[in-house]
Each structure stands twice: as structure tokens, then as C-alpha cells.
Ligand binder design. Structure first.
Ligand code: 5AD
Ligand code: SF4
Length: 485
């Protein structure tokens, strides 16, 4: 889908052609307009950002806010106060779409109270033609719509909207160039997501991601390393490498580099203390990666390995390209190499054609793999995916019953597994002052589990040894210990 215009394009001949210079030009143009308008109003212009969905979206929104801050907008967490509202949407499951439509009604009311308000929608949901059609038809008050491939163009699109006064829609079908070096407003000073690749080539039959995020594109290792070095120089101690399928990183580069090799190079960065990554696809998980992890001082002992289903028959219909036995074999290898590894997963219940027998296979894998935690989802039919046209959709009441049984098992095992580190001393990255008790701080173990212990804000962003004194199910209470102890 390309942009459809019913107005004359303004003259942008002064704008540089090359990126990111072009976007910096538009950031300065928007800034002039923002300054002028806030001068007239006698107050700053405010932006409210909402992000739903995965870590990839969270990172995208940091980029959007980086651009808007440089253009002069000030952030607000009150939607009612905003002059610009920007929703970064998800469409992995249908309920996410419904929520956005629900909120749009509310935004329409806000716009009536504040005519200044501009509404921008972006992200995965906007990549779906039927969504854009619905917005054009029934939500005319929306100002700006763009997709996942052109978020870097926010300043240019917003400028176009501000000077034409027309709804601007720009959604690209295919992959775009990867534009480096645009501003980013990071949520945390001490940890950051880092995109290593975009898109997905797997076409799992239930999943809409390959349609809305396009084909796999890996960033150059040099660009990734440069970004991480810069982040470290700014105080970041933990990075989360992001991709839909990080295990296939680098395959499409001019000089291919494996994910394991990339990790080896990132490990060398001085000052970086923790490396995380997500998400892995079991079919691409190499022995080399397990070995790099095992030997690493920095890669966290946490692996998110989506199972989706434990039935080989359903896995085949899902186009996952591994069997129940192969999945369990990988789990065995990971746990043998790293006995302290925390293993988490995603599971879908009620995929078309799933019988009680298939479901029991999933329960069996959950019992055998003993995941520390699992995200469980009810299958959601996504228009345009192969599974949506499969005939034998499972009746709702059966799905609900299976979902409840699965959740109970996952929670029971999670509870049994959690607490296994009680009594030990672990390194903790302190993230914030405890929300319930300001004499306590909250931090994260390498395996991603939370710990609360006495401390103050001065500890935020540091990695310190903490004795896990008590397990409380899914988190620990602890005590900071001094080095001598
Ligand atoms: N229905 C339900 N869950 C889904 N996921 C992806 N697509 C669907 C769908 N159509 C889940 C998968 C994936 C996670 C991010 O979302 O489990 O791993
Ligand atoms: Fe979707 Fe499968 Fe790609 Fe994950 S690997 S984003 S589930 S298609």
C-alpha cells in the first residue's frame, strides 16, 4: 500500500535526500512549528505515548519519542493533557486490535475538548490494509498513520501533516532501508534494547508478524557494536538484543555472521556487564550458541524458547519445523550445559485441529521441560494467515477449559522451580525504588527473576551481590551483602 494523496505535495526540495540527514532536517522544521505554537499558547506542546505488544515495539517507541523530544515536544503521562498522542500498536492477537478501536472513541472526545490535539497511529496493526481502510472510513479524526517500516520518518510525516492539515497515511508493504543514528529516548538509563534484526521469514501458520514486519533483515555487526559501545559510554550495563528470530541473525548479510559469533564480539565490549536476547526459534538453535552461552561471563542464564505446542502433528500444521522430541532434546542440551538456566516459553492453546490428545502432548512437554514460566495464549484467528482458513477451528468452551488446565500446570511448575536459588548470593541489577515500600529497591537476577531488598535510589543502575533470603513464589526478598561477606 502506498501513500494516497489528495492534496499537492509541498515543496521539499530543500530537504537532503540521504538519511538520516533528511530526518534531522524535518526534525528542525517541526521544531520551528512547535516553538511557534507553544509561544502562541504560552505553554509547551506535550506528547503522550502508548505502546503495546512486544519489546520490539517498546524499542520503536523509544525511537519515536527520541525524535519528538528533539522536535521540542515534552512528554506527559496524562493523555488528557496531550497535544500529540501516539499509539504504537500490536496485532498479534485480535483483542489488541479491539482495544485500539475502543481507545479511539475516547480520543475523539479529547479532540473535541482540545482542538490542538493530533492523533498518530503506527505499528503492526497499521500494516493491515483492512485497518487502514477502517480508519479512513470511520475514524476521520486521526491525523497520521504509518507502519512498521517507516517509523524513522516520523518527523517528515508529522511535518507534512502539520503544514497540509490533511490526514497523512504512509504504510509501506516491503522492507525499508535500515536507517542508523536517529535520536532515541531511552526509558532506562542503565539498560537498553538493541535491534539486531528486523522482520521474520518463518511464516508460522498462525502468525501475522511476517506480514506486518516484512522479511528478515539483519543489521551490520559493526553498526550493532558501535551502538552498544555508545550505550555503554552513556551508562548502560545491560543490553537486550532484539529480533523475531535471533538465531537466524546474519544469514542475509553480505558477509554472513552467526548469532553466536555476534555474541562473542559483543561480549568483548568493556563496561558491558549483561547480555540478554529474544526471541529464539528452536529450529535454528545451534550447539555453537549453547557453547558460547555456557562459556560467557555476560550472557544471562535465561532462555526464552517458544514451544507453541507439544504435539508434533500440530507443530507441523503450525509450520514450526521441529517435533516434540526435538524440542525436548534442545531443552535437555540447554539444561545440561547450564544447570542454573531459567527457561521460559510461549504456548498457544486451541490451534485449529487441536484435539484433547494433542493438548495432552503439550501438557506432557510442560511437565518434562519444567519451564520457569510460560506465556499462554488462546489461539487468535488472524486474517490472511494460513491457519485462519483451516476448517477445524476448536470450539470456544473446549479451548477455555484447556487454557485453564494449562495455566494451572504452568503455575504449579513455575512455583516449584522458583525459589531454587533461595539462600544463595546472586548479582542483581537494581532497577528502581520499590513501588510499595520506599525503603526497598527492586532489581533483577541474571535469570530475570525480581528481588526486593533494603536500599535506596543511589543503587539504581548498579549490579551488586545480594543474598536471596526468602522465596516468595515468583520473586525473592534479599539483603545486600558487602564484598567482604
Ligand atoms: N494467536 C495466539 N497467539 C499467537 N502468538 C502469535 N500469533 C498468535 C495467534 N494468532 C503468540 C505466540 C508467539 C507470541 C509472541 O504470541 O506464542 O510466540
Ligand atoms: Fe511469528 Fe513464527 Fe516469526 Fe515468531 S517465528 S514472529 S511466531 S512467524
Amino acid at each position: 500500500m502506498s501513500q494516497k494523496k489528495d492534496w499537492m505535495l509541498p515543496d521539499f526540495s530543500e530537504a537532503p535526500e540521504a538519511e538520516p540527514d533528511r530526518q534531522y532536517y524535518f526534525i528542525s522544521q517541526v521544531k520551528k512549528l512547535v516553538r511557534q505554537r507553544s509561544g502562541e499558547l504560552g505553554r509547551p506542546l506535550k506528547v503522550f505515548s502508548l505502546v503495546v505488544g512486544c519489546q520490539m515495539n517498546a524499542r520503536d517507541s523509544e525511537k519515536l519519542l527520541g525524535i519528538l523530544e528533539q522536535a521540542g515536544y515534552v512528554q506527559t503521562d496524562q493523555e488528557e493533557d496531550a497535544d500529540l498522542v501516539i499509539y504504537n500498536t500490536c496485532t498479534v492477537r485480535e483483542n489488541a486490535n479491539q482495544k485500539v478501536y475502543g481507545r479511539l472513541g475516547h480520543l475523539n472526545n479529547l479532540k473535541k475538548q482540545n482542538p490542538e490535539l493530533k492523533i498518530a497511529l503506527c505499528g503492526c496493526m497499521m500494516q493491515e490494509p483492512h485497518v487502514v481502510d477502517a480508519i479512513k472510513k470511520s475514524y476521520r479524526f486521526v491525523d497520521l498513520v504509518f507502519g512498521t517500516h517507516n517509523i524513522y520518518k516520523l518527523a517528515e510525516l508529522l511535518y507534512l501533516r502539520l503544514i497540509t492539515g490533511q490526514m497523512v497515511i504512509e504504510v509501506w508493504d516491503g522492507a525499508a532501508e535500515i536507517v542508523e543514528d536517529l535520536p532515541v529516548d531511552r526509558k532506562y538509563p542503565f539498560k537498553s534494547g538493541v535491534n539486531i534484526m528486523f522482520g521474520c521469514n518463518n511464516f508460522c501458520s498462525y502468525c501475522i508478524v511476517p506480514y506486518v514486519r516484512g522479511r528478515e533483515r539483519s543489521r551490520n555487526p559493526e553498526d550493532i557494536l558501535r551502538e552498544i559501545r555508545r550505550l555503554v559510554s552513556e551508562g548502560v550495563v545491560e543490553v537486550m538484543l532484539l529480533g523475531q528470530n535471533v538465531n537466524s541473525y546474519g544469514k542475509n548479510l553480505d558477509t554472513p555472521v552467526s548469532f553466536a559469533e555476534l555474541l562473542r564480539r559483543i561480549e568483548q565490549i568493556e563496561g558491558l556487564e549483561r547480555i540478554r536476547f529474544m526471541t529464539s526459534h528452536p529450529k535454528d538453535l545451534s550447539d555453537e550458541l549453547i557453547e558460547v552461552m555456557r562459556c560467557s561471563q555476560k550472557i544471562c542464564r535465561h532462555f526464552h524458547l517458544p514451544l507453541q505446542s507439544g504435539s508434533t502433528r500440530i507443530l507441523e500444521r503450525m509450520n514450526r519445523r521441529y517435533t516434540k522430541e526435538q524440542f525436548l532434546e534442545i531443552v535437555g542440551k540447554l539444561k545440561k550445559a547450564m544447570p542454573d538456566l531459567s527457561l521460559t516459553t510461549d504456548i498457544i492453546v486451541g490451534f485449529p485441529g487441536e484435539t484433547e490428545e494433542d493438548f495432552l502432548e503439550t501438557m506432557d512437554v510442560v511437565r518434562k521441560a519444567r519451564f520457569d514460566s510460560a506465556f499462554t495464549f488462546i489461539y487468535s484467528k488472524r486474517t490472511g494467515t494460513p491457519a485462519a482458513s483451516m476448517e477445524d477451528q476448536v470450539p470456544e468452551n473446549e479451548v477455555k477449559d484447556r487454557f485453564d488446565r494449562l495455566l494451572a500446570l504452568v503455575q504449579q511448575i513455575g512455583q516449584e522451580e522458583s525459589g531454587r536459588d533461595a539462600g544463595t548470593v546472586q548479582k542483581v541489577l537494581v532497577e528502581e525504588v520499590n513501588r510499595q515500600d520506599e525503603c526497598m529497591v527492586t532489581g533483577r537476577l541474571g535469570n530475570n527473576v525480581l528481588v526486593h531488598f533494603p536500599g535506596d535510589a543511589s543503587l539504581i543502575g548498579t549490579i551488586i551481590p545480594v543474598k536471596l533470603t526468602e522465596s516468595r513464589g515468583f520473586y525473592y526478598l534479599g539483603e545486600q551483602i558487602t564484598e567482604e561477606e
